[in-house]
Design a protein around this ligand. Structure first.
Ligand code: FO1
Length: 318
């Protein structure tokens, strides 16, 4: 029997959808073989504190501490600080939990002392006991701005304050021309056996990572197999406003559209059984299609989908 060496995987993701697949991946792969590159376009400053929602979602989820109802924030957290701020007339639309605040204080103190987001993320990774590598996409700020029919909104205002209701006309990644990939990001894409694009919003979670100089080119030229899991199932997004945003921008809401957005670097697209009918259309683009259950409710489904991803690599290596 030929033994297949354990693959190394670089996963690109952001937010709740990604964290579900990542939870599966850390169970089927030795964590030191996994590097996660996280979107920081969602980062925001609230009450003077630097908040990196997608990094924190990943940290809390992989540490087993996430709020399972929302998929963000810490399980069992309280909101006394926010309630008091509200009594004092401060805005309270962004739910900052009391224990969650500790992470933001930790990060902000170090940023003020001149440390980079990569260095702070590495320190947080160790404090939360994660075995995998965790990299922000960039140490430079690239705040996502949503151009809507009601004006330009910072990302969290669009998503949380306005519940993704305003019509989207354009998505901008402010400052991306000047942003450099964080240390290790491009090398991880070039040197792993596979790059996994998690089932995250292609426009506002994966889009900012791809927009950082050198990242898209690294994906186009890497010898690694690039595998994406579609966040669109049966014409609807698995999480958040992906479907609405695609529609507002005049794009189709389908796994085929996801393949089109990634077509210059994508080798394999994992789609749900519900989308089996569009399989051949995607294959005609030169993309291999794997059909699986992509909706992940429990731990078992997360592990199963992660195993599907690993099996694609093993098939190739065998
Ligand atoms: N999402 C919400 O829908 N409402 C909130 O009040 C909210 C607060 C929040 C606080 C800290 C944090 O790390 C994340 C938080 N999120 C909240 C999630 C976040 O807005 C988004 O899910 C991500 O930016 C998208 O990945």
């Amino acid at each position: 029997m030929v033994s297949v060496p354990e693959p190394t995987i670089t996963a690109l993701g952001g937010g709740v959808g990604a964290s579900k697949l990542l939870e599966g991946l850390v169970r089927v792969l030795p964590p030191e073989r996994l590097t996660i590159v996280v979107n920081t376009g969602d980062d925001t400053v609230m009450f003077g504190l630097h908040i990196s929602p997608d990094i924190d979602i990943t940290l809390y989820t992989l540490a087993g501490m996430v709020n399972r109802q929302t998929g963000w924030g810490l399980g069992g957290d309280t909101f006394s600080c926010l309630e008091q701020l509200e009594r004092m007339g401060e805005p309270s639309w962004f739910q900052l939990g009391d224990r969650d605040l500790a992470t933001h204080l930790f990060r902000t103190r170090r940023i003020r002392a001149g440390r980079t987001l990569s260095e702070i993320t590495e320190e947080l990774r160790q404090r939360f006991g994660l075995g995998c590598r965790l990299l922000p996409m960039s140490d430079d700020p690239v705040p996502t701005k949503i151009v809507t029919d009601g004006g330009v909104l910072p990302f969290q205002e669009y998503l949380v304050k306005h519940r993704a209701e305003p019509r989207v006309k354009e998505v901008r990644f402010e400052g991306v021309e000047r942003a450099r990939p964080a240390p290790g990001v491009v090398d991880a894409i070039r040197e792993s056996s596979a790059v996994v694009i998690c089932p995250s919003n292609p426009l506002i979670s994966i889009g900012p990572i791809l927009a950082v100089k050198g990242v898209r080119a690294a994906l186009q030229s890497t010898p690694a197999r690039v595998i994406a899991v579609s966040p669109v199932v049966g014409g609807k997004s698995l999480k958040g406003p992906t479907d609405r945003m695609l529609r507002d921008l005049g794009l189709e809401v389908s796994a085929l559209q996801v393949a089109k957005l990634y077509k210059d670097f994508l080798n394999v697209l994992v789609i749900d059984h519900a989308d089996e009918t569009i399989r051949s259309e995607i294959e005609r683009m030169g993309v291999q299609v794997v059909v699986a259950q992509t909706i992940m409710h429990g731990a078992q489904e997360k592990v199963k989908l992660a195993q599907v991803v690993i099996s694609i690599l093993n098939e190739q290596a065998a």
